[in-house]
Design a protein around this ligand. Structure first.
Ligand SMILES: *Cc1c(COP(=O)(O)O)cnc(C)c1O
Length: 400
């Protein structure tokens, strides 16, 4: 049988009914250029060696797997393990694709990276890549997010990036994407758009999956070395879906391994209260690709809500919509309350402060462990929570 990763996407970037590239006409030639360049580079020994070097000597890969013994004990049942992407340079998995996007831009002769950012995590990772490759960097960010995530704005500026404030509409992620795309259209001859997840028009969902696959490849080998077996359950939080696809990519062909994506349920399952696109969304399109989306009565992208800004998106990577449809991955949710409890528990019991995004995967593991005595759960610890400590303690205290 063909390995799963060889089965999708097709030549047009389709994952079954999802994906593709619906582009404004001026961008069509530029995306064709990206596709052609990546087609050559992804098979080039030089590009692959450069990326290996960066991962080892700059990012600090491979990241370890930790056995969360205390958390397992208090949860009762399965043993819980974590792939430590929080130990990746800049504190999250996002640098895995940002460095590869920077390297791609360099090989294409581009001199500038442009992107949007929500909480600022993607902006910081891309600004880091731009600094490393000696490129200009322009990050679009909603004014509401800039006020909320001031330390990340400072980081981006220290790294040499220009931060463009976006004052339209709700002044958050969706408006920042629109603004960044507009700016990119005007500069696409010398700039590359650095998309922050497995979203956007083809070839980005495929490229970002390729760049995050390292997480799964390392994990499978490390887990077997540690325990002599494969994990029974593999889980990750899903915003756009890049950390989840990365980890799952190591296990797609292991029939015995159950894969779980965990979406943010926010405060309730009512539209507007959550950002659980796969769980409650419908087939549609957003930002140039077909996927599942959360829509309001007028058919526009609905407002979304979760404590974790990095999961706050009314769409999702097209491959996740496909994986859900073919039943290869199970998608479930964790709400704000459970995720906060998990945030406190992991901090206190294991000495690891997770990102609020990551806390959704931790919450799932703690809940699910009870149902699987004697089994093992491997979760993706996608990022560290330094960025969240002020918000959490000022709003909710110290968890006792
Ligand atoms: C951005 C972010 C996420 C969500 O993005 P995905 O593409 O769904 O992985 C999850 N965890 C952390 C730590 C993040 O910074």
């Amino acid at each position: 049988m063909k390995p799963y990763l060889k089965t999708v996407p097709d030549r047009n970037g389709m994952y079954g009914d999802y994906g593709g590239a619906m582009l404004p006409p001026p961008l069509v030639p530029h995306f064709a250029e990206i596709c052609a360049a990546y087609d050559v580079l992804s098979k080039s020994a030089e590009y692959i060696n450069d990326l290996r070097y960066i991962r080892k000597h700059f990012q600090g890969r491979p990241t370890p797997i930790s056995h969360l013994k205390n958390l397992s004990e208090i949860s009762g049942g399965a043993q819980i393990y974590a792939k430590r992407e929080d130990l990746n340079h800049t504190g999250a998995h996002k640098l895995n694709h940002c460095m590869a996007e920077g390297l791609l831009a360099k090989h294409m002769g581009k001199t500038k990276l442009i992107a949007e950012t929500g909480a600022g995590q993607h902006g910081v990772a891309l600004a880091t890549a731009a600094a490393y490759f000696g490129m200009e960097c322009e990050i679009h960010m909603g004014e509401v997010d800039m006020a909320k995530e001031a330390p990340n704005v400072t980081r981006m500026k220290l790294l040499g990036a220009t931060v463009v404030p976006v004052g339209e509409g709700a002044k958050t992620l969706k408006e920042a994407v629109d603004s960044a795309f507009g700016s990119y259209i005007a500069q696409a001859d010398h700039a590359l758009f650095g998309i922050g997840s497995v979203v956007g028009p083809h070839p980005f969902p495929m490229m970002v999956r390729d760049f995050q696959k390292i997480v799964g490849i390392e994990s499978r080998e490390q887990f077997i070395e540690m325990t002599g077996e494969l994990p029974d359950i593999v889980a990750a939080c899903v915003g756009g879906g890049s950390n989840a696809i990365g980890l799952f990519s190591g296990f797609f062909d292991d029939e015995a391994v159950e894969l779980y994506g965990v979406e943010p349920l926010g405060t309730s399952s009512k539209l507007g209260d959550h950002a659980a696109t796969l769980t409650y969304g419908v087939d549609g399109a957003i930002h140039g690709f077909a996927t599942k989306v959360l829509l309001d009565d007028a058919g526009e992208p609905a407002p979304v809500n979760t404590l974790a800004s990095g999961l706050d998106y009314p769409g999702v990577g097209p491959e996740h919509a496909y994986l859900q449809k073919i039943g290869k991955v199970n998608y479930t949710t964790a709400d704000d309350r459970e995720s906060l409890d998990a945030f406190y528990a992991l901090s206190r019991l294991e000495g690891i402060i997770p990102a609020l995004e990551t806390a959704h995967a931790v919450a799932f593991a703690m809940r699910e462990a009870k149902n699987h005595p004697g089994k093992s759960i491997l979760l993706n610890l996608s990022g560290r929570g330094d960025k969240d400590i002020d918000f959490v303690t000022e709003t909710y205290g110290f968890g006792e």
